[in-house]
Write a protein that binds this ligand. Structure first.
Ligand SMILES: *Cc1c(COP(=O)(O)O)cnc(C)c1O
Length: 397
């Protein structure tokens, strides 16, 4: 039995479904369900308020953070869980800006996820210090880095195309100009090997409900480099980031290290699901998953290009420059994706014309890739997508 047969058996997937959307919402690990049931019954149900001490709910954000930290090459004790990713982006950015009092520009790219950019806009407005957000083409970042730039804020893997930045190279170039980096690992954590300590990243944030399978609404993580962790003053200075929350002091004193990035009460049930979901990584390492994801992605690209000439690959052809997803464009992309979903092959659509497929070896194998490609071929060949019902846009695409 291969290691991937073993990991696949750890997930629940509905009968007949080929799930190529784990880049957006990971599937349910069986033992996450068991662990959550148990947590609700034995901890919440029986322990009530004493669960905070008895069941270790208060330490859970750092305990789980450390396990994710190992997947992204963080130093132990420098990752903490909580809130949504948008909030964590705001927090990291606010702290990074505070370290750069004389500088006024935040550089990001046009491939970044809009929420990250919106959070930057909102923060700039509240600070009212004449800061600006400069968006450049993803290929032109190095030319935008000069001494006026305070922060380089990037998402490593582009959510639409899967194009992947060279994190080590850009971090080094940024540091040469005295720029602080904020990396969003939403489509990296659990998808591609990352080594935050080695590249010398300053701040990093990321998602748990995508490739880490914590379930809808699972909390985000934040990393602060050890050299900054006791220097930053959190903008969202909530009581659980206080040095002594239960002293109920009238003014804020930051907790030591990354704990200060906690804000309020952690989502204990969701963290129980995440903690269980992370057990899969006790059986397989990131490099093995990455190698397999590349093989499966190459196979999918080859099959789709061979059989669906109207679909245009928009992901980088070079596997080293691509995350763990493959995207194609087509003017009728939305309808094609709905037709595919109707045949139980689930990917998703990103405006204006992108069909997106997450390649996740933990529960997707070669046969799934071949079946997905042949289903797509049939839909294209027979024009099965050409129905009004498939053009009706749902609220979530
Ligand atoms: C998925 C994703 C988000 C989502 O943020 P939430 O606050 O968790 O909804 C933000 N940024 C990036 C880059 C993402 O990929």
């Amino acid at each position: 039995m291969s290691i991937f047969d073993k990991t696949r058996a750890m997930f629940h997937l509905p009968d007949g479904v080929i799930y190529l959307d784990g880049n957006s919402l990971g599937p349910l690990p069986h033992h996450a369900q068991d662990r959550v049931d148990e947590m609700i019954r034995d901890q919440w149900g029986e322990m009530l308020i004493t669960g905070w001490n008895k069941a270790g709910w208060m330490e859970q954000p750092s305990r789980v953070g450390d396990r994710i930290g190992r997947l992204v090459g963080a130093e132990a004790g420098h990752v903490v869980m909580g809130d949504t990713l948008s909030i964590k982006v705001y927090q990291a950015l606010a702290s990074a800006l505070e370290m750069q009092p004389g500088r006024k520009v935040i550089v990001s790219d046009t491939g970044n996820f809009p929420s990250d950019l919106y959070m930057a806009e909102g923060l700039i407005r509240s600070l009212d210090k004449g800061l600006s957000l400069k968006l450049v083409d993803p290929d032109a970042i190095e030319h935008a880095l000069d001494e006026s730039v305070a922060i380089l804020m990037l998402t490593q893997v582009d959510y639409r195309t899967g194009r992947m930045h060279d994190m080590a190279d850009l971090t080094r170039r940024a540091h040469e100009k005295g720029i602080v980096t904020v990396w969003d690992l939403a489509h990296s954590a659990g998808a591609v090997p990352v080594n935050l300590a080695e590249v010398g990243a300053d701040f990093a944030v990321g998602c748990s409900y995508k490739y880490l399978n914590s379930g809808p609404g699972g909390p985000a993580f934040i990393y602060v480099a050890p050299r900054h962790a006791n220097e930053v003053t959190p903008a969202l200075s909530g009581w659980l980031g206080h040095e002594s929350p239960f002293a109920f002091d009238l003014s804020y004193r930051a907790a030591s290290g990354v704990e200060r990035m906690r804000v309020g009460t952690p989502p204990v049930i969701q963290l129980a699901a995440l903690e269980a979901a992370l057990d899969v990584w006790d059986h397989v390492d990131m490099d093995t998953v990455r190698a397999r994801a590349i093989d499966l992605s190459e196979l999918f690209i080859a099959e789709v290009e061979r059989t669906c000439p109207d679909l245009v690959l928009v992901s980088p052809r070079d596997a080293d420059r691509r995350g763990s997803q493959v995207s194609f464009s087509h003017p009728e992309g939305y309808a094609i994706m709905q037709a595919l979903i109707a045949q139980k092959v689930i990917g998703d659509f990103r405006a204006p014309d992108i069909l997106r497929f997450g390649i996740t070896p933990l529960y997707i194998g070669e046969q799934d890739i071949l079946t997905a490609a042949s289903t797509l071929h049939r839909i294209m060949e027979d024009g099965l997508w050409d129905r009004d019902a498939y053009r009706v846009r749902a609220r979530v695409t």
